[in-house]
Design a protein around this ligand. Sequence first.
Ligand code: SF4
Length: 104
Amino acid sequence: MVLINDAEADNLSGHLGQSRETFDEKYLEKGSNGLMIMNRMPCHFLNDNKCTVYEHRFEGCKEFPALHLPNFKDRLFTTFMHYERCPIIFNVVEQLKDAMSFER
Ligand code: SF4
């Protein structure tokens, strides 16, 4: 799940030539706390396993899978959600298993 802020939504809606209102209605879900996320998984902009808006993707996409950021333990659930489809996460988890002598 990628959190999206107004500046990012403005940037991508502008790139797509859509008003923010149209963009928000088509692609975003807004929580009562003001946070915005994509309203569909996989993302609307994923096609043939590639990001079709790569140059305009959100900051959360650029950071993904965020293994380098602090508080990794707090993101374990979302990290493991992508274990089967993200080769970075897969390889890191497999290396952790080896490092911890995890019995298979
Ligand atoms: S990288 Fe592109 S396809 Fe993937 S979640 Fe971000 S915007 Fe969507």
